[in-house]
Design a protein around this ligand. Structure first.
Ligand code: PNS
Length: 165
């Protein structure tokens, strides 16, 4: 059983994340999308909202036999991966600028749990500049983010915006 976790904040999920999920499907039997519950941050979407949103969207990219589940966690990613029985941590690399941060995380995670490998997948070029933070910023300032985030995410962001007005 080749099980991997794909950890992140996913606030919100972007098409870049979905691209990485799609690329990881043929490599594993199960992917656990692991949403970090980080009390130090004030997110746009609660952890529960992010879990529900991702669960609604995942079927649109799922193919083949790989199971995709969604879970939240607190604390160390490496420990969560171990608890899940995962042997790999999937991370997406968009550009060279991601590499240094990702390398440090991968080395630290390896030190914490030597049996778990980090697997880097290269995101599609069209999403190389897409990040959750940039999507939120542009959306909140009225810019177009169509094609860069799932339309359901855009709908939920719009709902948030109207509720907070
Ligand atoms: O989507 P993000 O914000 O780039 O994800 C970063 C994340 C959640 C993978 C990273 O911050 C993380 O693993 N946090 C959990 C705490 C931890 O394990 N820290 C040590 C990693 S070296």
């Amino acid at each position: 059983m080749r099980r991997a976790i794909f950890p992140g904040s996913f606030d919100p999920l972007t098409n870049g994340h979905l691209d990485i999920i799609k690329r990881s499907l043929p490599l594993f039997d199960e992917i656990i999308i692991a949403i970090l519950n980080n009390p130090a941050k004030t997110p746009m979407f609660s952890v529960e909202e992010r879990c529900d949103l991702i669960r609604e969207i995942v079927p649109s990219v799922k193919n083949g036999d790989c199971a995709v589940t969604v879970n939240s966690f607190s604390g160390l990613t490496a420990e969560f991966a171990k608890r899940c029985g995962a042997t790999a941590i999937v991370r997406g690399i968009r550009a060279v600028s991601d590499y240094e941060y990702e390398l440090r995380m991968a080395l630290m995670n390896r030190r914490l749990e030597p049996s778990i490998e980090t697997v880097f997948l290269i995101a599609a070029e069209e999403y190389s500049y897409v990040s959750s933070d940039l999507m939120k910023q542009v959306f909140l300032l009225g810019g177009r983010v169509e094609g860069l985030i799932p339309s359901l995410v855009e709908d939920r962001m719009r709902e948030k915006l109207t509720k907070n007005k």
